[in-house]
Write a protein that binds this ligand. Structure first.
Ligand SMILES: C[S@@+](CC[C@H](N)C(=O)[O-])C[C@H]1O[C@@H](n2cnc3c(N)ncnc32)[C@H](O)[C@@H]1O
Length: 411
């Protein structure tokens, strides 16, 4: 199957399911590296600009409502290629024309050729649902442009685990161009996408992790003999980081999701970093009162609207709903309430989310502080970085990804 056919399949899977699963990317295994990169760029980009491309295509169709879904999807991929990837018309129009049944060949050919001549301007902000654009404009103000720019793509980020960062840089430099991250002392940013799952990865020399996420360990600051809980441990990236930094601390991992726990188990094994215990409590339903006052530190890396990850996961746009941030912020507050009780006096609760809405960030924290007179927010990085602590937490969007960290002390 040719690259564009595979791109169409993956794109349609995303539209139908609201998710791009790891399995569907396996379709690209038959392609060489260049084509694999092309498919990834094409699918991610078309998903990101999906809504704007729909509007653009409509303006070139005589009967937009009568155009079959498959033909419309194909036109969107073609339009993205021509208008945003700037692939020359001669290199793509014929390919897309070949992909449709005979009766639509004329239509596809004509629309894509007209598009190529039009040099239509397709913008990302028009690809966001209007309510989302308004929310982001209200919450981010002058930083909205930064947000939109960062949503256009994503560099690969890795964290050195078993080897020093310099050694890791040498190890992977034959595959990708890397540079040291500015703020995380463990991180490398890799500019050229390549399959990095090589021997060094299998040996546990590194793991994939964004810079903002690496800074969570700086905020938690794990120390020898401390009892630390990663309450929403996911695939174990942050818990493994705590163990890496402080092997003599006691790191506990929890996540209610079986699939995530299984991946975390194999990640811990690969990196040779094992938590003291692994749990599967549902933080919203299960009684965890037997753990009362037992932890020095708790991390709540809470489920969120994930709007800070649009560069990496444009499929977020396919499933986001208008009341998501509000609903999530209620759950985040409830989770904070539930883990607060298991923290020792003098202990710290670190809260993080990979999003940028005010309700899920400062909003949650300010509501929490109103309910707890024994809670005090501190600069998560104790003055180490000048990110601008606003009394609740820090939004890292200006410096790296859209990601929020807050640190609460139980006084
Ligand atoms: C943002 S992810 C955490 C990512 C993780 N910290 C990491 O670095 O890989 C949020 C996690 O919370 C888990 N989760 C969602 N609701 C939960 C609940 N009620 N109780 C426990 N875990 C929950 C999800 O399964 C998901 O893995």
């Amino acid at each position: 199957m040719k690259a564009r056919n595979i791109a169409l399949k993956i794109f349609e899977h995303g539209i139908e399911n609201g998710f791009l699963t790891k399995d569907v990317w396996e379709l690209t295994d038959v392609l060489d590296k260049r084509d694999r990169d092309f498919v990834r760029k094409l699918v991610y980009g078309t998903l990101r600009f999906n809504k704007s491309l729909d509007k653009t295509i409509d303006s070139f169709l005589r009967k937009p409502n009568k155009t079959p879904k498959r033909v419309r999807n194909l036109l969107k991929l073609g339009a993205y290629e021509i208008l945003l990837l700037r692939v020359p018309e001669y290199a793509s129009v014929n390919e897309y024309t070949e992909m449709v049944p005979y009766k639509f060949k004329g239509l596809v050919n004509a629309v894509l050729r007209s598009l190529a001549k039009s040099k239509e301007n397709v913008s990302l902000n028009q690809s966001l649902p209007l309510w989302l654009y308004k929310t982001l404009k209200r919450d981010l103000r002058d930083d909205l442009d930064i947000y939109l720019k960062k949503s256009l793509g994503h560099e690969l980020s890795i964290r050195a685990v078993k080897v020093e960062r310099e050694k890791l840089k040498t190890e992977v430099s034959n595959l990708v161009n890397c540079k040291e991250m500015i703020y995380s002392p463990w991180g490398l940013t890799c500019s050229k996408g390549q399959n990095l799952k090589n021997a060094a990865f299998e040996r546990g020399d590194f793991t994939f992790q964004d810079e903002s996420s690496q800074l969570v360990a700086v905020a938690v600051d794990p120390k020898k003999d401390e009892k630390i809980l990663d309450a929403c441990g996911g695939v174990g990236t942050k818990a493994s980081h705590f163990i890496q930094i402080s092997p003599n601390s006691n790191v506990f991992y929890n996540d209610l999701n079986d699939k995530k726990r299984n991946i975390a188990t194999s990640n811990f094994k690969r990196m040779g970093l094992f938590p003291t215990e692994m749990w599967n409590f549902d933080l919203l339903k299960d009684d965890i009162s037997h753990l009362r006052l037992s932890f020095d530190k708790v991390l709540l890396d809470a489920p969120c609207s994930a709007l800070g990850t649009l560069g990496k996961h444009p499929d977020v746009l396919l499933r986001i709903k208008q009341d998501d941030a509000e609903k999530k912020s209620n759950l985040q507050l409830e989770m904070l309430e539930n883990v607060w009780g298991i923290l020792k006096d003098g202990g710290t609760l670190t809260y993080s989310v990979c999003t940028v809405t005010k309700s899920e960030t400062d909003g949650v924290i300010s509501n929490f502080l109103k309910r707890h007179k024994d809670a005090k927010c501190v600069d998560p990085f104790s003055g180490k970085y000048e990110f601008g602590f606003n009394g609740f937490g820090i939004q890292l969007l200006k410096y790296m990804e859209g990601f929020y960290i807050s640190k609460i002390v139980k006084v």
